[in-house]
Design a protein around this ligand. Structure first.
Ligand code: ADP
Ligand code: MG
Length: 559
């Protein structure tokens, strides 16, 4: 028997790949199942143009079998199979993709369902197996052939027997080493989890014999083991289904199943975009704050699928930081993947999708604010802080995007209001949007500084969170109305301007004030008579850009 050598480049490439392309070993299963699905697709496409070939969906499936005693994992399919020439061409030459060639040959218009394109995925089997044996019988042939290899040393092709058309891939799973555990790839439940994770939406059934135990009939308290063939994948992804056919419960189930969250989501967004970039997406606004949301461990991002196959668990480029609470997934057939399918070649499509998604989230929130106030308030209670940080971060680059989504407590309405609502209610002569800062609504309401503004009948926004005033400063003005802190210098209110009487009072008490100033040296800049107060004897006011509350926050920050 002649042992054929991989071409020199192939040999190096194989070693390189086994060791470096993929970050996770478990993806070998994704690659083999994708190949199996492609092989079935090819029969399907052939049947479209060949009258002698009938494609009966029930006859096409992928099957996973485990032989623990022999450390063997088998992935079988009822697909198109390979002739010995194809075994040689597709598996003997690394980076040769029969599937890509098939797509080109048949000039398939809707053939982009076929996943393969790089001609390397198959070799990922060597990450977990010492020996890989492929037994294949091509469509239209009654002979089968076996391709066998132990990795970089080459491969053999020999005649073999196989009862039906298709391909079986036998992998002799590696022995455990001190650092690496391979046994997991012989465990039914682990295999099922990997398949669920990456290949749940492969459109043909992926079957496996699963062993479970059940109470024995006639023998109380005793259990017996039994095996049963299960279909592991859900096949039709919910995002490919029609919105009208889906209930809120379906969306909640998907949210819980995918572990985006264990709560009831507040809102879902189902997108089917067919514009400049084709993609589908389901997004969720969680019903409660994820437990780790405000910790360093929290990672934003959406699941990214290419044609139903999971590529990335958390694609952070798909979400701006200020919407980092959004959960969900994106599936697109327009992504150009790199060879490991873990990264994307160009991010143009991804950027387009991200922009699209951002706008959809924003408009959904705006609609919620308009039509479902209570829901919006619930959302805002959980994630309003994130929006305010969004306004403040990046030097205010996103303030236009976000300012209409902000809410603050209003002295007049005694509840949260938007800036638009505030400005809408402003009397004509009111120049500024007033705000006051403090640790709580109650404390702010008792601030002497609020008196003058409140007496004028003007509304004051009560800012209770550290971030609030920083965000307000970045916005600077809303609908051309500037913000003013009630404890700032000029409030633009007439009575406040120092008239003769106050000047006189300042003059008469000059000595007293000077004495007070020197007693409070370094604590205040000056002491003077104010018309701002009604029932309180004294108050502090700030003169520059930085207000008293901001000073407090800043002084607490580490240098
Ligand atoms: P890709 O899938 O990107 O083309 P692979 O290395 O995964 O690359 O596979 C190489 C080629 O081998 C495929 O393009 C296909 O022609 C062939 N092939 C692999 N697995 C199978 C299979 N189960 N049935 C038929 N052909 C297969
Ligand atoms: Mg492949």
């Amino acid at each position: 028997m002649e042992v054929k050598q991989f071409q020199a480049e192939s040999k190096r490439l194989l070693e390189m790949m086994i060791n470096s392309i993929y970050t996770q070993r478990e993806i070998f299963l994704r690659e083999l199942i994708s190949n199996a699905s492609d092989a079935i697709d090819k029969i399907y496409y052939k049947a479209l143009t060949d009258d002698n070939l009938v494609f009966d969906k029930d006859n096409y499936f992928v099957k996973i079998s485990v032989d623990k005693d022999n450390r063997t994992l088998i992935v079988s399919d009822t697909g198109i199979g390979m002739t010995p020439e194809e075994l040689e061409a597709n598996l003997g030459v690394i980076a040769k993709s029969g599937s890509l060639a098939f797509k080109k040959e048949t000039e398939l218009k809707d053939g982009h369902d076929i996943i393969g394109q790089f001609g390397v995925g198959f070799y990922s089997a060597f990450m977990v197996a010492d020996t890989v044996k492929v037994i294949s019988r091509a469509l239209g042939s009654d002979k089968a052939y076996a391709w066998e290899s132990q990795g970089a040393d080459g491969y053999t092709i020999t005649e073999a027997t196989k009862d039906s058309v298709g391909t079986d891939i036998y992998m002799k799973i590696k022995e455990n080493t001190e650092d690496d555990n391979y046994d997991e790839f012989l465990e039914q439940y682990r295999l099922r989890a990997i398949i669920k994770k990456y290949s749940d939406f492969i459109k043909y059934p992926i079957k496996m014999e699963m062993t479970s135990s059940r109470p024995k009939e006639d023998a109380e308290g005793e259990f017996e083991e039994y095996t049963e063939e299960q279909t592991l994948n859900s096949m039709v992804p919910i995002w490919r289904r029609n919105r009208n056919e889906l209930t809120d419960q379906d969306y909640t189930n998907f949210y819980n199943e995918k572990r985006y969250g264990f709560d009831q989501p507040l809102k879902h967004i189902h997108i089917s975009a067919d514009g400049a970039v084709v993609y589908r997406s389901i997004l969720y606004i969680p019903g409660s704050i994820p437990f780790d949301f405000y910790s360093k461990e929290y990672e934003k991002g959406l699941e990214l699928y290419s044609n139903g196959v999971l590529i990335m668990e958390k694609s952070s480029d798909l979400l701006p930081d200020y919407f980092s609470f959004v959960k969900g997934m994106v599936d697109s057939e327009d992504l150009s993947l790199n060879i490991s399918r873990e990264m994307l070649q160009h991010d143009r499509q991804l950027k387009l999708i991200a922009k699209n998604i951002k706008n959809r989230i924003k408009s959904t929130l705006q609609t919620m604010l308009k039509d479902e106030r209570d829901n919006y308030l619930k959302f805002y209670e959980s994630f309003g802080r994130q929006l305010k940080f969004g306004v403040y971060n990046d030097y205010g680059a996103n303030k236009e995007e976000l300012q209409d989504l902000l809410m603050f407590y209003s002295s007049k309405e005694e509840k949260l209001v938007t800036l638009a609502e505030y400005v809408e209610r402003m009397p004509e002569e009111q120049k500024y949007i007033y705000y006051a800062t403090g640790p709580s609504i109650e404390r702010i309401a008792r601030l002497p500084q609020t008196e003058l503004v409140a007496d004028k009948g003007y509304e004051i926004l009560y800012l209770t969170e550290d971030i609030d005033e920083f965000a307000i400063k970045i916005i600077a003005a809303y609908k051309e109305k500037e913000f003013r802190s009630v404890s700032g210098g000029d409030l633009g209110i007439e009575q406040e301007t120092q008239d003769e009487a106050t000047e006189q009072a300042n003059e008469e008490n000059k000595e007293l004030f000077e004495q007070m100033s020197s007693l409070l040296a370094n604590k205040v800049k000056s002491v003077r008579v104010s018309k701002r107060l009604r029932s309180h004897p004294v108050c502090l006011t700030a003169e520059g850009e930085v207000t008293i509350e901001m000073e407090k926050v800043l002084s607490q920050m580490p240098d």
